[in-house]
Design a protein around this ligand. Sequence first.
Ligand code: BTN
Length: 268
Amino acid sequence: MTQSALPAREFASNVRALLKTESIGRSVRAYDTVSSTNTLAAEWAADDAPHGALVLAEFQTEGRGRLGRAWQAHAGLNLTFSVLLRPQLPPDRLGMITIAASLAVADAVDARATPLRTSIKWPNDVLLNGKKCCGMLLETARAPEGVAVVVGIGLNVNQDAFPDELSERATSILLETGQMTDRAHLLAEICRRLEHRMVQAGENPRMLRRLYMARMPDLGEPVRLRFSDRDGGIYGVPLGLDEFGGLIVETDSGRRVFHAGEVTRSPL
Ligand code: BTN
């Protein structure tokens, strides 16, 4: 779509004024147009960005989705951002970041969309009325010390239409509630909840898993799990999350745990 000069810096200072966090969102880089906020966050990580550094953009020209897909969102209407985390978690617990981030967004959207309640499609799609309003792409980044994780989040907020090929599956908070949402409040709220959930990911991962599983519509239902748009995937029944945030699936060849993929409802 065509681009106008959007006041990303002004938006960022509105967010800053609303922040109630210690680290997440305290350092911000804001752009009207970027290739991908994940790319910029990874570059900033190599340059010693602090834990919680936030890169936000009003428009991405090369937004990336999971499984090698593109992510497209209308300019100026949505939330398109990446948070850089230097988590105090053992490496085998990094999967819990997905759980923490999904819950942070789901809870923040719920607070705007009452009485609607979001669900979460493993690993990190947030759904409203069964349609996707938010996707996340988590990537590791090289940092001067230790591991850094880029949590890239695309949340459809005030977009009022989607291309025909997406409209069956994609939605926005506006389309489901009929109400415009103040994006700065929503982003500040996501930062606050993410900070809180990251502490819990270290201290009480069991509780986080329980909260996440309570939002999973596909537990106990036959699904197809795919790992790319080209493979046929495997069929099974998801039973829950293991202690590392992996999906436990009962398959024809026994119980297996997956750490990546995409779940779709499917008759067995
Ligand atoms: C998916 O559902 O496939 C994941 C979509 C992730 C999109 C966000 S938008 C901000 C960040 N920058 C990117 O290039 N991708 C993520």
